[in-house]
Design a protein around this ligand. Structure first.
Ligand code: FES
Length: 279
């Protein structure tokens, strides 16, 4: 169960401004049902003041998606378009007294719907980042969006990016690309320094990963009839295969992230990413 604030629960159970505005001046639609979240935002502008007179939304999503959309409409009503354009996803989260880190992508969806609605209102073509390569095919997130969210929220790790965009939260195949983008944006100069700080050669690091899996992680999985095999190590990416009861288990993804990755990050290096080998 997520640790939601009272405000999130209030906006979820009693969402404000739900519905559609007929003859809206601007409509912004983001997300897709295939990816689990979708939001459509309608804006009505007062022709005399130029301010947002009404804002309504329709959404398909979880409690925090509904609460974020509700909060967004409350924030922007009465604002000028210039001020509304400055709203960040962090403003939406703060309005709700905070969101669980893993749900920050809901506030990002609200910000994107607002950007799309303002662009639509101004008659601008909605930028679809047509040239930007799609990095995460599970959630259809392109590189442009990942870079934008990293910059706007000062994200540092792949996990952060997953929390804010969902990219990397499915099969995990895009994790190396997300890490590459992070390295490019933060400067890969940090990497050798951190490796050096640990005082380990590459060979020692490989040995420690292997021993940690064999002596600490595998025994825990074996207690529940599962097992794990180290398949390969490519830089920071540790490729493993779950065996026994763990293979094909609905909680496999959580096991890889919460047990395997966290243990290796603690014991070896905070930069390690776990990738599941294709069966
Ligand atoms: S491609 Fe990104 S999680 Fe599957």
């Amino acid at each position: 169960m997520w640790d939601y604030t009272k405000s999130v629960m209030d906006h979820f159970t009693n969402p404000r401004n739900v519905g559609k505005i007929e003859n809206a001046d601007g409509i912004g639609e983001v997300g897709s049902l295939a990816c689990g979240d979708a939001l459509k935002l309608y804006l009505k502008i007062n022709p005399e003041t130029g301010k947002i007179e009404d804002a309504k939304f329709q959404t398909f999503g979880c409690a925090s998606a509904i609460a974020s959309a509700s909060a967004l409409t409350e924030i922007i009503k009465g604002m000028s378009l210039e001020d509304a354009a400055k709203i960040t996803n962090d403003d939406i989260a703060k309005f709700l007294g905070g969101l669980p880190e893993q749900k920050m992508h809901c506030s990002v969806m609200g910000k994107e719907a607002l950007e799309a609605a303002i662009a639509n209102l101004k008659g601008e073509k909605i930028v679809e980042h047509e040239e930007a390569p799609v990095i995460c095919k599970c959630f259809w997130v392109d590189e442009e969006k990942i870079r934008h969210v990293i910059k706007e929220n000062d994200l540092k790790t792949v996990e952060d990016v997953t929390h804010y965009t969902k990219a990397g939260g499915g099969c995990g195949g895009c994790i190396p690309d997300i890490q590459r983008i992070l390295d490019e944006m933060h400067g890969s100069a940090q990497k050798p320094q951190q490796e050096q700080k640990s005082g380990m050669t590459n060979l020692q690091r490989i040995k420690l990963i292997s021993e940690t899996i064999e002596n600490k992680i595998a025994p825990m999985l074996r207690m529940d009839g599962g097992d794990i095999e180290l398949v390969d190590i490519e830089g920071k990416n540790v490729i493993v295969k779950l065996r026994g009861a763990c293979a094909g288990c609905p909680g496999a993804r959580a096991t890889l992230q919460n047990l395997v990755q966290e243990t290796l990050r603690k014991e070896v290096s905070p930069e390690i990413n776990i990738i599941e080998a294709s069966q």
